[in-house]
Design a protein around this ligand. Structure first.
Ligand SMILES: Nc1ncnc2c1ncn2[C@@H]1O[C@H](COP(=O)(O)OP(=O)(O)O)[C@@H](O)[C@H]1O
Ligand SMILES: [Mg+2]
Length: 232
């Protein structure tokens, strides 16, 4: 079942005293529940712009996007915010953890705005998520005491704690060494599959892209199917 459907999505940015910038020129993409899709593309090709549109943070200037069969352009801003908060989890290259909060408090942050039955159980839910990413014994540590890979695992737990149906990862291994990056990405792929969430991963790394069920390359503002590159 399709959760996100993009049809001819364009994104044009008007720039004073210059030609408008056509970042996306007609992107078609269908993301089904529970599948893992990867997008590669060189720097500046519009990957983050596309991910922000998928996550309802930004709107297309043309074409359409449907979330659960509802046209996003017809949602009110409040409705979009509510859907994003409940259904979308983001993971970024920079882990963006709150430095003065423990791992468990960081993971519980999205639950501060959740329904009462989750709000009151937030510490328990955070501990369960930390356990799933192998960090049960780091629950009360501050981020500064954790390695880069551990910090990204905390960020993954935080992105998943509300059980979103879509997880969007923008270069999630970009700040990690190759080996740690592969381990973290394998973990993310596994927890996303276990929770039946759709996962869209943006990456430079063909090894990481190869974990996905379907691969795309963003080039010239259009998505193309990408071949599996030889993986050693
Ligand atoms: N709001 C904006 N105003 C002007 N230029 C932008 C804006 N957003 C993105 N860009 C430009 O559009 C291009 C694509 O950006 P981005 O989506 O961040 O690419 P990527 O993530 O693939 O590196 C870049 O050249 C970037 O500088
Ligand atoms: Mg980017």
């Amino acid at each position: 079942m399709a959760i996100l459907v993009l049809d001819g999505v364009t994104r044009v940015v008007e720039i004073p005293d210059a030609e408008p910038l056509h970042i996306l020129r007609g992107v078609d993409l269908v993301v089904d529940a529970g599948e893992h899709v990867s997008i590669v593309g060189r720097s500046g090709s519009g990957k983050s712009t596309l991910l922000n549109i998928l996550g309802l943070l930004d709107e297309p200037t043309g074409g359409s996007i449907r979330f659960d069969d509802v046209p996003v352009q017809r949602m009110s801003a409040a409705e979009r915010d509510k859907r994003r908060g409940r259904e979308v989890g983001f993971i970024f290259q920079q882990f963006n953890l709150l430095p003065g909060r423990t791992a468990a408090e960081n993971v519980a942050t999205p639950l501060l705005y959740a329904e009462p039955h989750r709000f009151w159980r937030r510490r328990r839910l955070a501990l369960e998520m930390l356990d799933r990413v192998g960090l049960a014994d780091r629950a009360d540590w501050l981020p500064s005491r954790l390695s880069g890979g551990e910090q990204q695992r905390v960020a993954i737990a935080r992105a998943l704690v509300r059980e979103p149906r879509v997880i969007l990862a923008d270069e999630p291994t970009g700040a990690l060494d190759v080996e740690t990056g592969q381990a973290v990405m394998g973990l993310l792929d596994g927890v996303a599959r276990d929770s039946r969430a759709a996962l869209v991963t943006i990456t430079h790394d063909p090894h990481i892209a190869a974990l996905a069920d379907r691969r795309h390359r963003l080039d010239g503002g259009v998505l193309h199917p990408a071949e599996v590159e030889a993986v050693r």
